[in-house]
Design a binder for this molecule. Structure first.
Ligand code: ADP
Ligand code: MG
Length: 241
């Protein structure tokens, strides 16, 4: 069992305060959706939790099983069990997917002996073309292929808590279903806890959220059940901003 606790998080980027006090707790096996208008601070929240450079934390805590993540470099946050599927996955020329995963395994003290079989099993589960496995990380992949690639990494590395920053952006309907179902399966198979940032109910139909939060103006302004997502789909954010 793992618990990610975000408490009273206030943070700024480029001298502008974006997060104005975020409180959020995600436990193993739970799916929390975060919805909110453009510019609300959703990606900023994921960046601050993962330790992306350039963000300044003014108050609050981010704890994974009681360990303060804010004091750790990003790689140690990942080692502790955090994983981010980025809204815009980075292309890393010259670094192969298998090499990257082998390094990640080594850093976690896991044997890479079964890695190749696991990668090919994961690729099959999400219909990721095996011909793409030999490419440099995300280089020359389409938007949808990049997100499948990111989902494959999540499946192989099996983190405790994953943040998905608009997993659905750039995905066609089939790819969205494949990726979302894989993440949903992980919540059962390996007790993954998920913080899913999204604009679309379609993702949430596959990735059944336990809780839906609305983030606006750097604050969680409302939390509720899945019906909150349907309400937003119907009425928009006007009532919340
Ligand atoms: P969301 O993901 O909810 O659409 P973001 O967290 O990306 O919103 O952005 C929140 C606000 O922070 C926006 O006004 C954005 O322009 C600003 N912002 C984000 N990152 C930076 C940055 N590196 N430099 C300056 N402003 C930034
Ligand atoms: Mg964003």
């Amino acid at each position: 069992m793992s618990t990610l606790e975000i408490k009273g998080l206030v943070a700024s980027v480029a001298g502008k305060q974006i997060l104005n006090g975020i409180d959020l707790t995600v436990r193993s096996g739970e799916v929390h959706a975060i919805m909110g208008p453009n510019g609300a601070g959703k990606s900023t929240l994921s960046a601050v939790v993962m330790g992306k450079p350039g963000y300044e934390v003014h108050a609050g805590e981010v704890l994974l099983d009681g360990v303060d993540l804010l004091g750790l470099p990003t790689w140690q946050r990942a080692q502790a069990g955090m994983h981010l599927v980025m809204q815009y996955p980075s292309e890393v020329a010259g670094v192969g997917l298998a090499d990257m995963l082998a390094e990640a395994y080594q850093a976690r003290g896991r044997s890479a002996a079964t890695l190749e079989a696991e990668v090919s099993d994961e690729a099959g589960r999400i219909n990721f073309a095996t011909a793409l496995l030999d490419r440099a990380l995300n280089v020359d992949l389409s938007g949808g292929e990049k997100k499948r690639n990111e989902t494959l990494q999540l499946g192989v590395l099996s983190p405790s808590i994953a943040i998905l920053d608009e997993l659905d952006s750039g995905l066609d309907i089939d790819a969205l279903r494949d990726c979302a179902r894989r993440v949903e399966a992980a919540t059962n198979e390996s007790n993954l806890g998920v913080l899913a940032i999204t604009h679309y109910v379609r993702l949430l139909e596959e990735l059944k959220p336990d809780v839906v939060h609305i983030l606006a103006g750097g604050r969680i302004v409302k939390s509720g059940g899945p019906e909150l997502a349907d309400e937003l789909e119907r009425d928009g954010y006007a009532a919340f901003v």
